[in-house]
Design a protein. Structure first.
Length: 367
């Protein structure tokens, strides 16, 4: 029987597919976003509902049981409440002022590791690696820079996400969650989605290069060109700095060989981007299977992939360019009703466990 406990168990076990196709599951999920004390009280007042239970967990269960009697009507009431709350939030969001602040950020240097963990990065690179206190003291500025870079990058990601989500949440086909629910930012035509905004992942690009028999990654390719052309670089520098140095020297050299190397580099990138846009499900699967353990989720996702084709390394800047992103997002949401949900179905494996979800990929490419 698909009762309250059935859906809770499904959600807790990350077996989320059924929430997209079953209205009872949809009702449970929408009620979860108001299951905490304050949003629950506000909704009950909005819907003019009185409950007998006193404990918050029991009130959520009682509300679900009661609203299950007329699911369509209940979902309609929940959506009306969510739209009212979203409208109030968006009206108080000064998009222009927020955008102005985001445009003050000049560099994006992620201080953590690939799992988004600054703590793990600091432990790996300093706590367990440096065995001399005086040497640790000498790295105080370096540690400070790493930490500050992480904070600025996290701040930038958070507020650009607010900006981009405002475009989604302001669309008539979208209903936002009222309070935070793990794995659900909003519903598009009653399909729950988590929004992920990113550039074309380095790992995906490197994997594509290796598959093509070019090199194991971009840096490997550039180093081979540097060696062939007698270009030197500081081997002790971080990978990004080595990559930058080689590219600059290739451009400055201006020989036929260096120009050929740069053209080949651009061609490889173009081919990989074309492959990603032509096979979005492959990219989506890679993103699910290579996500960090701390933020793992099997929920439905819309991946918004931003690529600055002039310079991929500057793709992060597109996150704040709402005027550029809005037409593509709006058109996608306008046409969503025509989409076949079964075509979005995606199977993936994470830590030897099989998952099934719904996913879509939306590209915004600046040429």
């Amino acid at each position: 029987m698909k009762d309250f406990d059935y859906w809770k168990k499904k959600f807790d076990k990350q077996e989320l597919l059924e929430f997209s196709t079953d209205k009872e599951g949809l009702l449970w999920l929408k009620l979860k976003s108001i299951s905490k004390k304050e949003p629950m009280e506000k909704f009950l007042q909005f819907a003019d509902i009185e409950l007998s239970s006193q404990k918050v967990s029991q009130r959520w269960r009682e509300l679900y049981d009661r609203m299950s009697d007329d699911i369509d009507s209940s979902i309609s009431v929940l959506d009306s409440y969510a739209r009212e709350e979203t409208s109030a939030f968006l009206s108080g969001l000064n998009i222009e002022a927020l955008s102005d602040e985001l445009y003050k950020v000049r560099t994006f240097k992620w201080g953590g590791d690939q799992s988004n963990s600054l703590d793990r990065y600091l432990v790996t690179h300093y706590v367990k690696k440096v065995d001399s206190y005086s040497r640790l003291q000498s790295k105080a500025q370096e540690i400070g820079d790493v930490s500050y870079g992480y904070v600025v990058s996290s701040w930038y990601n958070h507020w650009t996400s607010i900006l981009i989500e405002s475009v989604f949440k302001g669309h008539p086909n979208v209903v936002s969650t009222v309070a935070q629910v793990k794995g659900v930012d909003f519903y598009v035509n009653d399909v729950p989605f988590d929004l992920k905004v990113t550039s074309l992942p380095k790992g995906f690009v490197n994997e594509q290069m290796e598959r093509r028999g070019i090199c194991k990654n971009e840096l490997c390719f550039l180093k081979s060109k540097a060696k062939k052309l007698g270009i030197t670089f500081d081997k002790k520098s971080p990978d990004d700095e080595i990559k930058y140095a080689i590219l600059c020297k290739l451009k400055d050299l201006k020989t036929s060989e260096s120009i050929d190397a740069l053209n080949e580099y651009s061609r490889i990138r173009s081919e990989i981007l074309d492959h990603a846009t032509e096979h979005p499900a492959e990219l989506a699967k890679w993103l699910y299977e290579n996500q960090g353990e701390m933020r793992f989720g099997a929920e439905n996702r819309i991946f918004l992939i931003l690529v600055n084709n002039e310079k991929w390394e500057d793709s992060w800047k597109l996150k704040r360019n709402v005027s550029m992103l809005k037409p593509t997002i709006t058109n996608y949401l306008d046409e969503f009703v025509k989409k076949d949900l079964s075509a979005m179905r995606l199977d993936f494996v994470y830590k030897s466990r099989d998952y099934t979800t719904y996913a879509d990929v939306l590209f915004v490419i600046k040429d």
